[in-house]
Ligand binder design. Structure first.
Ligand code: SF4
Length: 348
């Protein structure tokens, strides 16, 4: 049994302080995330070490386009999430609740096994992804600490529903994050995602950025729900205030889970919104899940020269000169780590 972190006793209950839900739990009760439970006056991280998904991915799949481009990242997931988005594409594992879906029978692995496996599979780093890493903070913190010592990078792919203290602690070992801004309205977070609002997400992004962690942002654009130009403009303007060189990914929605009868996002909507974000002042805007467009190309924000070409998630061309400079105008691109051409991962 792994005793959880970030909780306190409130009378005969325990209050979890890991995320903004602040679940107050009586003995035996589970938090909204379905993986933390009050047991005998303590909060327990019940899913510690229960890996329900793993793969070797290209880092671009997270998506991270300016952090170790082309590198192979060992991607792992434990069950659970503190949101319940109606459009979730990983709902079988993110919404896995004990007694509904279950991780009973999933073997418990040790943090060092994950790190050793990542090294064995020739990965440059580890990603905590597919479900919400925050709700299994204890396991991922333990993995990230060991990975960091062994020279691997750590990547946190999150919905941003985290309180400032855990953000600060994980920032010590996490090198890059991709955080969703699912909408700029509290109503969307509450009605569509079962969240408490957008503010905690924005606060987490600011904290990660302040702590020196490389940040990229993703918005999944869903027809009729968050595809208005004013909303995308507000998101882009907010990101610009933090840092105009934070890469912004606009991702195309495909019908899934409770929105399986919904229409996919028209590609022209994505392209139009990407222009809105550029005009708002962002240096790097990408579109993903498209069929034909070259949304994966990285251009110099000063002169427009195409510098990194991608086919799918693969880096096919790197025209950056030393120190990530544009060879035409000399602008230094915001880019962390090495660019690895023609590498990328493969699903295992
Ligand atoms: S992490 Fe889970 S238990 Fe803790 S407050 Fe959030 S939803 Fe509740």
């Amino acid at each position: 049994m792994k005793v959880a972190r970030f909780w306190e006793k409130v009378g005969d209950k325990v209050s979890c302080r890991l995320c903004p839900h602040a679940c107050l739990l009586g003995n035996g009760e589970w938090g909204k995330c379905g993986v933390r439970r009050a047991v005998g006056g303590r909060l327990v991280a019940e899913a510690y070490g229960r890996v329900v998904a793993l793969a070797v991915d290209p880092i671009e799949k997270k998506p991270l386009f300016h952090f170790w481009p082309g590198s192979r990242v060992f991607s792992i997931a434990l069950p659970g999430c503190n949101l319940s988005c109606q459009f979730c594409q990983n709902w079988e594992i993110s919404q896995m609740k004990r007694g509904v879906g279950t991780w009973d029978g999933v073997p418990q692995v040790k943090p060092e096994q994950i790190v050793n496996e990542a090294i064995k599979r020739r990965c440059q780093g580890i990603a905590y992804t597919y479900t919400e890493p925050t709700v299994n903070f204890e396991f991922f913190f333990d993995v990230a600490r060991i990975a960091s010592k062994k020279g691997l990078y750590n990547v946190w792919v999150s919905n941003g529903m985290m309180n400032p203290k855990p953000v600060k602690e994980i920032s010590e070992f996490v090198n890059a994050v991709n955080i969703d801004i699912k909408s700029f309205t509290d109503e969307f977070y509450r009605k569509i995602c079962g969240g408490v609002g957008v503010k905690p997400v924005l606060r987490a992004i600011e904290e990660f950025h302040k702590n020196g962690v490389w940040v990229e942002i993703t918005t999944l654009v869903i027809p009729e729900l968050n595809d208005g130009e004013p909303e995308i403009k507000k998101i882009a303007e907010w990101v610009k205030r933090i840092d105009p060189s934070i890469p912004f990914h606009l991702s195309r929605f495909h019908p899934d889970y409770h929105l399986s009868g919904w229409a996919p996002t028209p590609e022209k909507t994505l392209l139009k919104l990407s222009e809105v974000a550029r005009v708002a002042g962002l240096n790097y805007v990408y579109v993903s899940n498209m069929t034909g467009a070259d949304g994966g190309q990285t251009r110099c924000p000063a002169c427009g020269t195409p510098l990194l070409e991608r086919r799918g998630f693969l880096i096919t061309e790197n025209r950056l000169s030393g120190a990530n400079k544009c060879p035409k105008c000399g602008r230094v691109l915001e880019m962390m780590g090495k660019v690895i051409k023609g590498s990328g991962g493969s699903v295992i």
